[in-house]
Design a protein around this ligand. Structure first.
Ligand SMILES: [Zn+2]
Length: 359
């Protein structure tokens, strides 16, 4: 006993002697905990810090968007009030890297509480169940199939759609898809090869010309990005008769009129995600084309090569160069001319491109 108290006094003395050292030790332990912790709120804080230093955190939770992008009430907000929103941030949307889509939040679906609640599910700890069921099981008959389409925002942009999809929401067999050409979604520009892209596919919702469900999308987004996932859900429902919680949110950057991408989240209810479970962000791009997301004007690589620019031509040899070409600089002033034209215009006038600078 006496020994113990002696020890204690000793320790106290030591820490009093070097408070700076003790403080450093505490800070080091805290820093290590911060970097290695698996606790979710510490993880998201860490991700926020990493992001400030320029690290992409596509698979992690980020802060609530600060502008119009992706806003049905609280899209993807997994029932918490911590400002975490579906793993995406309108201020720092992921850059296209050659893949049709990327996983968000580690591919783990997150929905706002109302998405579950409208389906007739009630919260049971961390999971959801149908009313009156034991052990968190789900009774198909107690689910409420529904679709919800967020109204357009002040810029006329879609804000997102969600629902509890099942055979009940799908088109009846033999029913043909209707005409949707009357809808001109935000950013729709003529003759740019845009497609009217359903947030919730017709095959899942039987929704035709619903302006809250159609965005300006590329073929690449519509057919290569979203369609395989939509078909996965469609086939699952036909095969099982089960229901799928589903959410599609277009993400806009600032006040742009064309979405940068669409976040698709789906989770099969009866088998608790065993059949269907994803949370992805599909890119609204066309590889090798530049999209002006403010106006909807698309410029392909080919078109870019057809844009007028400055060339130097040799009137005698009828060869044209980039102005920076050595060959262009050595043309005698008598034969030299600067012209602003497209490549096609020059070749159609009988000019040939220089073999060195390959204009
Ligand atoms: Zn040249």
């Amino acid at each position: 006993m006496a020994k113990d108290s002696h020890k204690e006094t000793n320790t106290k003395d030591k820490s009093r002697r070097s408070p700076a050292l003790a403080l450093l030790l505490v800070l080091l332990i805290a820093a290590a905990f911060f970097m290695l912790s698996d606790v979710s709120f510490i993880k998201s804080a860490r991700d926020a810090v990493m992001q400030k230093f320029g690290y992409e955190s596509v698979d992690t939770e980020t802060e609530e968007p600060d502008n119009g992008g992706g806003t049905i009430e609280t899209p993807g907000k997994g029932g918490s009030d911590d400002g975490v929103i579906g793993g995406l941030d309108a201020g720092a949307l992921p850059e296209y890297n050659g893949q049709h889509y990327i996983k968000v939040n580690g591919n783990v679906p997150e929905f706002p509480d109302e998405v579950y609640e409208r389906a007739g599910l009630i919260k049971d700890g961390d999971s959801w169940k149908t009313n009156g069921n034991l052990m968190g099981t789900v009774d198909s008959n107690k689910l409420t199939p529904y679709e919800y389409y967020g109204s357009l925002d002040s810029l006329g942009r879609c804000t997102g759609a969600y629902g509890c999809l099942g055979e009940e929401t799908m088109p009846e067999e033999g029913v043909e898809r209707g005409d949707i050409s009357s809808v001109h979604p935000s950013g729709w520009a003529k003759a740019q090869n845009w497609e009217r892209c359903h947030l919730i596919a017709w095959a899942l919702s039987a929704e035709n010309a619903n302006p809250s469900n159609l965005i300006t999308g590329t073929h690449y987004l519509n057919y290569d990005g979203m369609r395989p996932l939509e078909e996965e859900v469609e086939h699952y429902i036909w095969e099982t008769g089960n229901h799928v919680l589903y959410m599609a949110v277009p993400w806009f950057s600032g006040d742009e009129l064309v979405a940068r991408g669409v976040q698709m989240t789906a989770w099969s209810i009866e088998d608790k995600g065993e059949g269907i479970s994803f949370n992805v962000y599909c890119f609204n791009v066309t590889p090798n084309a530049e999209i002006d997301y403010k106006t909807g004007i698309v410029t392909t690589e080919e078109q870019a090569s057809q844009e007028a620019r400055l060339y130097v031509v040799n009137k005698r040899s009828r060869v044209f160069h980039y102005p920076t070409c050595e060959g262009a600089q050595s043309i005698s002033p008598h034969n030299r001319e600067e012209v602003t034209a497209t490549r096609v215009e020059l070749t159609s006038q009988g000019y040939t491109p220089c073999g060195a600078c390959e204009p």
